[in-house]
Design a protein around this ligand. Structure first.
Ligand SMILES: Nc1ncnc2c1ncn2[C@@H]1O[C@H](COP(=O)(O)OP(=O)(O)OP(=O)(O)O)[C@@H](O)[C@H]1O
Length: 273
């Protein structure tokens, strides 16, 4: 069943002209439409500046488009009552790339993960502690870690904490905006495996924004490619990307091959699995 419909989204940023001349509009997203079904991960690929993060912000309700609609669970995200919007915010979560700036260094992990819970659910302090402990264990950390501060964790551990916070309210859709890009290869693999497990366990849907084709291929069920604000390819089966002749896809594939000199002449599914 469809969870999210992105319908003909167009967005342009205003750029102030010289000497206060009228603002020029720079198009960032042009007529972008896509859907995300329940329990599905859509990988959104594209080069730097393609508009991926902007689309993520539009989907999260953070950046109003100049044209088009975001239909989330059957309702227009930018045209709903305050109470429906509060519910939508609960069901739509995000994990950003920078795990350090995503947390307040002065708060304990208990306070960080407890914040969204406090906003939506009232519990006794002991029950709240129990829930936070369970969330930490779900992401591979220990319940005792809740007493610590962010500076006592590695980047990978902090990203696990950000994921625990994102899943605390049992959301329907999580926007993963380059969520593993700042981590080393081994940690990236571990976090991708964790995200995959959580998706299966809770039937979560993801929009996985990345320029990393290998990571997208691992986690996603479907793949979309954005180029200069336009959706240029949509693959219902991720394997289809491997044979796409589209120049943007070709350059994404080439960038993977460039990382594997021994495989430069070989292009097959095995490289990505
Ligand atoms: N607040 C803003 N004001 C003006 N222009 C912006 C703003 N945010 C983004 N842009 C521009 O919109 C375009 C798309 O940016 P966006 O961050 O969405 O791309 P991206 O595909 O996520 O790139 P990257 O992979 O480098 O993060 C870029 O040209 C960027 O400079």
């Amino acid at each position: 069943m469809s969870l999210l419909h992105v319908k003909e989204i167009t967005l342009a940023y205003g750029k102030t002209g010289l000497f206060g001349l009228p603002r020029r509009l720079i198009p960032v997203l042009s007529n972008v439409s896509l859907t995300i079904d329940e329990g599905v991960c859509l990988g959104l690929l594209g080069s730097s500046g393609a508009g991926k993060s902007t689309l993520g912000k539009v989907i999260l309700g953070l950046e109003k488009p100049s044209h088009g609609q975001i239909i989330f669970q059957g309702q227009d995200l930018y045209n709903m009552s305050a109470s429906d919007r509060k519910q939508a915010r609960r069901d739509l979560q995000v994990v950003f790339q920078d795990c350090y700036s995503s947390v307040n260094p002065r708060m304990t992990i208990e306070q960080i993960i407890g914040e969204p819970l406090d906003n939506y659910e009232i519990r006794s302090p002991s029950k709240q502690k129990h829930v936070i402990g369970e969330l930490l264990e779900m992401v591979g950390l220990k319940a005792e870690d809740m007493a610590k501060y962010p500076n006592q964790f590695s980047g990978g551990q902090l990203q696990r904490i950000n994921i625990a916070r994102a899943i605390a309210l049992k959301p329907k859709l999580i926007v993963l905006d380059e969520s593993v890009s700042s981590l080393d290869m081994v940690t990236q693999t571990q976090i991708l495996a964790l995200l995959n497990d959580l998706k299966r366990s809770f039937g979560l849907s993801y929009l996985f924004i990345t320029h990393n084709l290998e990571a997208a291929y691992f986690l996603s069920d479907r793949l979309a490619v954005l180029d200069r604000g336009e959706l240029v390819e949509m693959f219902e089966e991720k394997e289809q990307i491997l044979t796409s002749p589209h120049p943007t896809v070709q350059s994404l594939l080439q960038s993977v091959l460039a990382d594997h000199p021994g495989n430069r002449k070989v292009r097959n599914v095995q490289q990505f699995t």
